[in-house]
Design a binder for this molecule. Structure first.
Ligand code: NAD
Length: 332
């Protein structure tokens, strides 16, 4: 039987998925595009799927995994795969993969853009100019960025790309990563530090860890209290890594100097959310990964993962490799 690749939910920017259809058909598989809103809809439509491609909705629940016996691989259109319960997938013999590297440069560029916008108060001054004001330069305290310390929380691909850019700006870069050795962090060119030291020494603290049960609210009220009053928090990873209520409170009371955020606990960030009104907060709508170049790279990376799977029932971007010995067999 022909292998079916099932696009579970739609990125409207990519519809009608002509590039993917051409590639996947060339590999000899069938490509079906759907836009499932719930796991019930997925279960009703994806009965023949061996591979599910997931844009962003949390529809591939453990219940759906049980109800779709042909399913062997779930691929997330992006780096973060927090929409998928990878532990439940592993237990069921299903591989989970992502697109790990398509946007490291873009997200690093965004982290630096948010850092500069916050530190040089670009967004604050821009807002005033829009209101026909001409505020004096000294309305806000601004410090030279050269010579300041950037603290990276997580030292993976995006953090490294951010840290290298920051070094180019003349910053000192320190990094905390729970799973990387001090030598590995030194090898990247950064000073390895503890979580507490990263928070207390960083003039800018930039968050780059995946969201999972261990990292949820890693930056909570206690962590925020460790930061310097003049420090800025930058988050381009996932909203859930920060306790957003605690951050809102810290910013509202001036306990830190400001923040630059691309991601939020609830997305889209609700209209009227207090974060939208706070001064010294620069906000972007979870768009850090986007550029014309990265978007093309993502499509190529996704298709290549599908090709690898069709050819060898495996892909280099599988994030739960422990599943290999218990993988569901392909159904004929
Ligand atoms: P990566 O896997 O290369 O790096 C993540 C690093 O975090 C790893 O080095 C890991 O050891 C470390 N880590 C994991 N748990 C930790 C913990 N508890 N404490 C400290 N360090 C920990 O991933 P990446 O490519 O650098 O991406 C990082 C995250 O950025 C992704 O998981 C994704 O959620 C997010 N992201 C966001 C966007 C966006 O559009 N805003 C785009 C791409 C990625």
């Amino acid at each position: 039987m022909t292998i079916q690749v099932f696009q579970a939910d739609t990125f409207h920017l990519l519809a009608p998925y002509a590039f993917e259809r051409e590639q996947i058909t060339r590999y000899g598989a069938e490509f079906v595009v759907a836009d499932c809103l719930t796991d019930d809809e997925l279960i009703a439509q994806a009965g023949n799927a061996e591979i599910i491609l997931l844009a962003w909705r949390g529809v591939v629940t453990p219940r759906a995994m049980d109800a779709l016996p042909r399913l062997r691989l779930i691929v997330r259109w992006g780096v973060g795969f927090d929409q998928i319960d990878a532990v439940a997938a592993t237990q069921r013999g299903i591989a989970v993969a992502n697109a790990p590297s398509y946007a490291s440069e873009e997200v690093a560029e965004q982290a630096i853009a948010l850092m500069m916008a916050a530190g040089r108060r670009v967004a604050w001054f821009h807002d005033r100019m829009r209101r026909d004001e001409w505020p004096s330069a000294q309305t806000n305290k601004i410090h030279r960025i050269k010579g300041r310390t950037l603290a990276l929380i997580g030292a993976g691909r995006i953090a490294a790309a951010t840290g290298w850019r920051a070094r180019g700006l003349g910053m000192n870069v320190i990094a905390y990563d729970r799973y990387l050795s001090a030598e590995a962090i030194q090898h990247l060119g950064f000073e390895p530090v503890s979580f507490e030291d990263a928070l207390s020494r960083g003039d800018y603290v930039s968050v780059h860890v995946p969201l999972n049960p261990e990292t949820r609210h890693l930056i909570d009220a206690q962590a925020l209290a460790r930061m310097q009053p003049g420090a800025f928090l930058i988050n381009t990873s996932r909203g859930g890594v920060i306790d957003q209520a605690a951050l809102t409170d810290a910013l509202a009371h001036g306990r830190i100097a400001g923040a630059g955020l691309d991601v939020y606990e609830t997305e889209p960030l609700p209209a009227g959310d207090p974060m939208r009104r706070l001064e010294h907060v620069t906000l972007t709508p979870h768009m850090a990964a986007y550029s014309e170049e990265s978007w093309h790279g993502l499509r190529v990376e996704m298709c290549d993962t599908v090709r690898q799977w069709i050819e060898g029932s495996w892909a280099t971007s599988v994030v739960n490799p422990q599943v290999r010995s218990r993988l569901r067999p392909r159904q004929g």
